[in-house]
Design a protein around this ligand. Structure first.
Ligand code: GLN
Length: 486
């Protein structure tokens, strides 16, 4: 029999509305699952069990009265620990914010609370979302539910692992260069990065403001559509959020991709990539063709400069955004001195981990006088060229398809060279630089480890990539597989 924690959001929603299960039962099943597997996976920085049960009782009251119901009412959800939750610690997995309780909710939390979600906890991440493995968490690494010795990816590794392990039915994360799609790929779940400006960033702790977007993790495309719907749309509190209303994502899942033009970028095959990933991607492309899509080869010639440009732009923005952690306003503060400069220095020395310091130094260097033109301005030019590559491709294509990551889940501790870690995002970063949307979906296995397939869509074409993902799922069963031995 299917356990309650194995239901999809869509299925559970029906059962809840029909009164066949209660949100309290559903929530208890998830809290029990957390008790069983969380000691091994370590996906959460905080489990909010009391709050979850309170919200579940409230949801059951809503079901009893039949008022104010939404597809997420009563559904257990996990939240990446950089989305501000009022009076609940929001640590960014950093010593700097270990005790930070925001006095307000992020806009996405306001939406989610209004729909009546059940929040089961805050999830672990690479510190300030800088990383691809969750090993940069100041607290502990998260383990991949498919192989506990391996990394779940990052930076939203906790959110991906929580959904993959059945500890939450869905989760939210953030994606600056791949932090939703890469962990989704390594954990066999769906992870969607919305178009820049599709979702409000108000209350998302900033890493690189021109790249960050909040997006959902789910076990299938239909659930991802529901989770995206709940948070997408304009927001007066975020001037970079688009005034364009959100589409109806569930209605877009028609089950047909006949006549859609799907491009295969020839630059998204890199040397040294494991053969299984190349083959799985090719097989998926063939499947899409057999389902009626028109497959085209396209060229995105500036892809190879994506990582280089990103590692100037993202650290530059991070160095500005992280300047606020000075030990005065909020967060950790070094108090063992009467000297202001020493206090600030020690606050940062003790409060930030090595990777965050590396990014701040890179960023301040790239922005300093004399280097600005050589590095930052150049990188912004490259960013424009990458954007133009996509603009050209989307004239002929409705979507693009590629591997999500250049490899399957790697062992914890295996990648110690920062540059090797940066390569994890070779296929995901260009979408952030161009501001377009992308999703990683389960696309195969190699020796029991998941392989992700990435679908990229034009700006505000989330409906199209979700439709392709859903149609693909109707012909495959990768997304229904569960990690054994957990
Ligand atoms: N891995 C990339 C980095 O370390 C992307 C992180 C992200 O998307 N937040 O910057």
């Amino acid at each position: 029999m299917t356990e309650l924690y194995q239901l999809t959001i869509h299925e559970a929603g029906e059962l809840l509305r029909q009164g066949k299960i209660s949100s309290v039962e559903l929530t208890q099943a998830h809290l029990e699952r957390i008790r069983q597997v969380e000691p091994k996976v370590k996906a959460f920085t905080l489990v909010t069990d009391e709050l979850a049960l309170k919200q579940a009782r409230e949801a059951d009251r809503r079901f009893a009265s039949g008022e104010n119901l939404s597809p997420l009412t009563g559904i257990p959800i996990a939240i990446k620990d950089l989305i501000c939750t009022k009076d609940i610690t929001t640590t960014c997995s950093s010593r700097m914010l270990a005790n930070f309780k925001p006095p307000f909710d992020a806009t996405v939390m306001q939406h989610l609370n209004a729909t009546g979600i059940v929040m089961v906890g805050k999830t672990n991440m690479d510190e300030f979302a800088m990383g691809s493995s969750t090993e940069h968490s100041a607290f502990f690494p998260t383990h991949n539910p498919w192989d506990l010795e391996r990394a779940p990816g990052g930076s939203s590794g906790g959110s991906a692992a929580a959904v993959a392990a059945g500890m939450a039915m869905g989760a939210y994360g953030s994606d600056t260069g791949g932090s939703i799609r890469q962990p989704a790929s390594l954990c066999n779940v769906v992870g969607l990065k919305p178009t820049y400006g599709r979702v409000s960033r108000f209350g998302l702790v900033a890493f690189a403001s021109s790249l960050d977007q909040i997006g959902p993790f789910a076990r299938n495309a239909r659930d991802a559509a529901i989770l995206l719907q709940a948070i997408a749309g304009p927001d007066a509190s975020d001037s970079t959020c688009s005034p364009q209303p959100a589409q109806d994502y569930s209605a877009a899942l028609t089950g047909s991709i006949k006549g859609l033009r799907i491009g295969v970028p020839k630059e998204y095959r890199i040397e040294g990539m494991p053969e299984e990933i190349v083959q799985a991607t090719q097989a998926s492309v063939e499947l899409l063709r057999s389902m009626g899509a028109e497959i085209k080869e396209v060229s995105l010639p500036h892809t190879k400069y994506g990582i280089a440009a990103y590692y100037i732009i993202a650290p530059a923005e991070a160095s500005a955004n992280l300047a606020r952690y000075d030990g005065v306003k909020y967060g950790y503060s070094y108090r063992d001195t009467t000297d202001m400069w020493e206090a600030m220095e020690k606050t940062r020395e003790n409060g930030f981990g090595a990777e965050v310091k590396r990014r701040i130094m890179l960023g301040t260097f790239a922005l300093s006088a004399g280097y600005y033109d050589a590095y930052y301005k150049q990188a912004e030019k490259v960013r424009s060229l990458i954007t133009q590559d996509f603009e050209r491709a989307f004239k002929d294509c409705d979507a693009l398809v590629s591997p999500a990551t250049p490899g399957v889940a790697f062992k914890l501790g295996e990648i110690s060279d920062p540059y090797q870690m940066y390569l994890q995002d070779v296929f995901t970063i260009p979408a952030n630089l161009a501001g377009i949307c992308g999703v990683s979906i389960p696309g195969g296995f190699s020796n029991g480890l998941p392989i992700g397939l990435q679908l990229l869509g034009n700006a505000f074409a989330e409906d199209i990539i979700l439709r392709i993902a859903d149609t693909f799922e109707r012909e495959t069963n990768y997304h229904t597989c569960w990690p054994a031995n957990l």
